[in-house]
Structure formats: C-alpha cells, structure tokens
Design a binder for this molecule. Structure first.
Ligand code: C5P
Length: 228
C-alpha cells in the first residue's frame, strides 16, 4: 500500500511543546500507529556512543541509522518501551544527555536520509500519528493534517522540570532553560530539515492549555480534514 493511501496526522514542534504526550493520546484515541521519530534520533546517538563513534562522523552515523535493529512496544500498563539491537534502552535514551546527543546526530544530513524509509514504513492502516520536527515538511509532506505545536520557552522549561522531578531526576530550572534554548537554536538553524512549521500546518500554542484540550483540538481538526 502506498503511504498516501493511509491517513496521516503529523505533529511537529520544539522540545517540551507537549508533542509527545499529545501525539500518544491522539494515536490512542484513534487506534492508530504512533511514530516517535525523536526516539529514532536518540537511538542512533545511543548506538553511536556504545560503538564509540564520533557524533559528527556523518558516514558512520548513517551506517548505524541504517543497520540498527529497533523494536517499539509497551508494557501491560501501556507505557512505551524501546529495544535497540535486542537490549531494552527505554530510560537510557530519555536522559537530557541523550536528547542533546540526538540533536547533534540529527543535524547530519546523512543520518536524516538514512532514517527516511524507516520512518515512512510506519504509515500503515488504519492510520499514523507522526511526532517530530520535520514530519509535515519532509517525511510525510502528503499528510492530510499537519499540526505545529509550540509553547513559550519558559513554560516548556517548567514542564520539563516537573517531569524530571516526578522521575526523581535532579535538575535546575536555569540549566534546563539554557539547554532548551540551545537545542531550539540547533534544531531551527541547521541546514538539513530545520524545525519550521509547514506552510499548510495548523498552529497550536499550548501555553496554558491542558493536554486534553490540545488533544480535543487536534481531533477536531482531524474530523474536519480526514475521512474518519
Ligand atoms: O523529540 P525528541 O526530544 O525525542 O527529539 C530529540 C532530538 O531529535 C531533537 O532535539 C531533534 O534535534 C531531533 N529530531 C529531529 N527530527 C525529528 C525528531 C527529532 O531532528 N523528526
């Protein structure tokens, strides 16, 4: 089946905009597949660290991106789990360090190209919710609904701080704000697929909005745009 026969919702935006949670909830409520494309970049960076590959060695990184064996799954409680070459790496790829490493390997054009087919392979019936930075602009330009989700940098740092605290991870708000600003700058100024809203995307500013109201807004757009 061609990918464009499958209904696709792309949800792009900066770190901490709530994309991950919103995408998961939208996919769950529609019964569609979820593509967490950020996890793929995190996995490339993690595999590269394990193999002692330099994070700016584009060719070796692309080889890793092509050959790594990835499995997404979930626990009985519905929590996401991910395996890399047979090893569970769910928490290892969620650290701040892994996020920063991911943003470095993601700036390599060869890595982005190497991950294209893998990402497009997620487009299966009954539908796909694709979460990332370039889902609507590069990976699924034919998607029937494109969302660009953002929130103020201050709110994104606060959300991340709360999330880390809940996980028992120590972090200061000031350090997180700085990291978010650095990552935003790297993601939006890189030459290969920079983070920008697709011209045909619906913009949602989630500052001060609850997850459930953002999800409701996305589902509303979906009902109007896609035959669901
Ligand atoms: O979304 P997440 O925080 O897991 O993404 C980690 C990093 O991977 C981002 O900071 C970004 O640099 C990169 N990324 C990307 N393109 C995507 C998804 C993630 O460049 N589609």
């Amino acid at each position: 089946m061609k990918p464009n026969d499958v209904p696709i919702i792309t949800i792009d935006g900066p770190s901490g905009s709530g994309k991950g949670t919103v995408s998961r909830e939208v996919a769950r409520s529609l019964g569609w597949t979820l593509l967490d494309s950020g996890a793929l970049y995190r996995l490339v960076a993690h595999a590269a660290r394990l193999q002692k590959i330099n994070l700016s060695d584009g060719l070796s990184l692309a080889r890793v991106a092509q050959s790594m064996e990835v499995r997404f799954g979930s626990t009985d409680f519905g929590d996401a789990r991910v395996w890399l070459d047979g090893q569970e790496v769910t928490s290892a790829i969620r650290t701040e360090q892994a996020g920063n490493d991911a943003s470095k390997v993601a700036a390599e054009r060869s890595v982005r190209t190497a991950l294209l087919d893998r990402q497009r392979g997620f487009a299966n019936r009954p539908g796909l919710v694709a979460d990332g930075r370039d889902m609507g602009t590069v990976v699924f330009p034919e998607a029937g609904l494109k969302i660009f989700l953002y929130a103020s940098a201050a709110e994104r740092a606060l959300r991340r701080h709360k999330q880390l605290k809940e996980q028992g991870v120590a972090a200061t708000l000031a350090a997180l704000s700085l990291e978010i600003a650095e990552r935003d700058l790297r993601d939006s100024t890189r030459a290969a697929s920079p983070l920008v809203a697709s011209v045909d995307a619906e913009l949602i500013d989630s500052t001060g909005m609850s997850v459930s109201s953002v999800v409701a807004r996305v589902l509303n757009f979906a009902r109007g745009r896609l035959s669901i």
